[in-house]
Design a protein around this ligand. Structure first.
Ligand code: CUA
Length: 188
């Protein structure tokens, strides 16, 4: 029977425990809020797709985005990769060829301002930010031509900035693709 405490002592123990847990719960909430703030600020300061960087000043001179490397290529490992550059007020290339029903990886960058593009009614949609490589992989279920407008306001010529995407049947595309060559369609 010695375990029974006087009521004022047990009340003091309960109050101390409540106070302790108030601090612990408060600390957990504070940590979660801090995580939200830090990750929110961290992501807000980055382009949405990736954080791969590229030097705008040497873009046209060397590396992945030189002119002869733009367009669609079947890489040595069989991946289909489209490389393009956005600038005021056009995309290079102006007409992109891709195969249907095949994973296609886009790698894009911008030279002068923030641009972006969406391809027709597909879910292919990205911002293109100078200094960064925007990349995503998508697959086109339907053959035919799609419009690819710039969808970030980039200056006075913004509305006139768009390209075309031709989705060819897979066999037709593969018949045209040559190792080490870049494919693009001539704008009509
Ligand atoms: Cu480029 Cu709007």
């Amino acid at each position: 029977m010695s375990a029974t405490l006087p009521s004022h002592e047990s009340e003091a123990i309960a109050v101390a425990a409540e106070r302790r847990w108030t601090w612990i719960v408060g600390a957990i909430i504070a940590v979660l809020m801090l995580m939200m703030i830090v990750t929110g600020l961290h992501w807000a300061s980055m382009p949405p797709s990736r954080v791969e960087t590229v030097d705008v000043k040497t873009l046209h001179l060397r590396g992945e985005f030189v002119e002869r490397n733009l367009g669609t290529a079947v890489e040595a490992d069989g991946r289909v990769v489209v490389r393009l550059v956005a600038q005021q007020y056009s995309f290079e290339p102006q007409c992109i060829v891709v195969p249907a029903d095949t994973p296609v990886t886009f790698r894009a960058t911008a030279t002068d301002a923030i641009h972006g593009f969406i391809i027709g009614r597909t879910n292919a949609n990205t911002m293109v930010v100078p200094g960064f490589v925007a990349t995503f992989t998508t697959s086109f279920g339907r053959t035919g031509e799609q419009l690819m407008p710039c969808h970030e306001y980039c200056g006075t010529g913004h509305e006139a900035m768009w390209a075309r995407v031709q989705v060819l049947p897979q066999g037709e595309f593969m018949a045209k693709a040559r190792p080490g060559e870049r494919l693009s369609c001539v704008a009509r």
